[in-house]
Structures are given as structure tokens and as C-alpha cells.
Design a protein around this ligand. Structure first.
Ligand code: FES
Ligand code: FES
Length: 161
């Protein structure tokens, strides 16, 4: 292990300063140093999307990003979405529409959905499929995931209107 260095960042709205190995990925920093195990490790090489988080509001694969690159940045993980006991509408929609089975892909899909709906509040099915193409799921066959995203879009529009 290399000598640790101090990293200052914000995670889910809270400032953190931690000593990390400069070779650690953001995924390792989140899971191993901050105990935020909601973000999952699937392939570790950028192919499955399970490790997706938002950095300064933009979707990032945390397995391909070094933790040290997060200096001064703001990271949002699946743990940061709920408000107390109230789930984020995207989380609620995935439950109601059964957009998950084993759930391994789900945190990444939820973060990609949050990112998609921020940019395109009312996406077409094709836009949903295109924007979630980097998130693999072995269980659901994707149709329920698409319905979850459509339902989340409706919920978010109702909240905002
Ligand atoms: S674990 Fe990062 S893309 Fe698969
Ligand atoms: S629910 Fe199992 S991989 Fe997606």
C-alpha cells in the first residue's frame, strides 16, 4: 500500500476529510473508507454501471475514477437520495414498478435514472433505453426498469408542479 494522502470532499451533502491510498478508486473510497456500501462493484472495468454515482451532478463510473480526483468535489451516492425516511421518487418508483429483482444493479440504475430525469424530465422510451444502456441488469429483462423510469418521471413532475 502507498503512503496515504488527505482527501477533502463532500459526500451526500456532508464534508469529509479522509486519508486514502492514492491508488484507490472512488468506488473503493466510498465502500472501504466511508462504509457507503450502497454503491456496488460489478465488473470493475466500466462495463456494467453498478458503480454509478453523481459527481458535481454528473454521472460517473466510480470504478474508473480515482478517489483523489474528488478533491473539492461533491459526490452523491444512492444513500444520499432519501430525505429521512421518505424515499426519493426514483427509489419509490423502482419499488412500485418492480424494477429490481436481485437488486445488484439497482443503485447504479437509480443514479443513472436520477441523472437522466434531471436532463430530460419526460423522456421517451427510446431516450430511456439509450440513457440507461450503460447499466446492465441480468434479472429484470429491462421492461420493468423502463416502467419504473416512466413512473418516476410522472412522480417528479407532480412534485414540481
Ligand atoms: S463496477 Fe464500475 S462499471 Fe462495472
Ligand atoms: S435486478 Fe439483478 S442484476 Fe438487475
Amino acid at each position: 500500500m502507498r503512503q496515504r494522502r488527505l482527501l477533502g470532499l463532500e459526500v451526500n451533502g456532508t464534508a469529509a476529510q479522509i486519508a486514502v491510498d492514492p491508488s484507490q478508486t472512488l468506488l473503493q473510497v466510498l465502500r472501504d473508507e466511508l462504509s457507503l456500501t450502497g454503491t456496488k462493484e460489478g465488473c470493475s472495468n466500466g462495463n456494467c454501471g453498478a458503480c454509478t454515482v453523481l459527481v458535481d451532478g454528473v454521472s460517473v463510473l466510480s470504478c474508473l475514477t480515482l478517489g483523489m480526483e474528488m478533491e473539492g468535489k461533491s459526490v452523491l451516492t444512492v444513500e444520499g437520495l432519501a430525505q429521512g425516511t421518505r424515499l426519493h421518487p426514483v427509489q419509490q418508483a423502482y419499488i412500485e414498478e418492480a424494477g429490481l429483482q436481485c437488486g445488484y444493479c439497482t443503485p447504479g440504475l437509480i443514479m443513472s435514472t436520477v441523472y437522466l430525469l434531471k436532463r430530460i424530465p419526460n423522456p421517451t422510451e427510446q431516450e430511456i433505453r439509450l440513457n440507461l444502456a450503460g447499466n446492465l441488469c441480468r434479472c429484470t429483462g429491462y421492461d420493468k426498469i423502463i416502467r419504473s423510469v416512466q413512473s418516476a418521471a410522472k412522480m417528479l413532475q407532480e412534485v414540481q408542479s
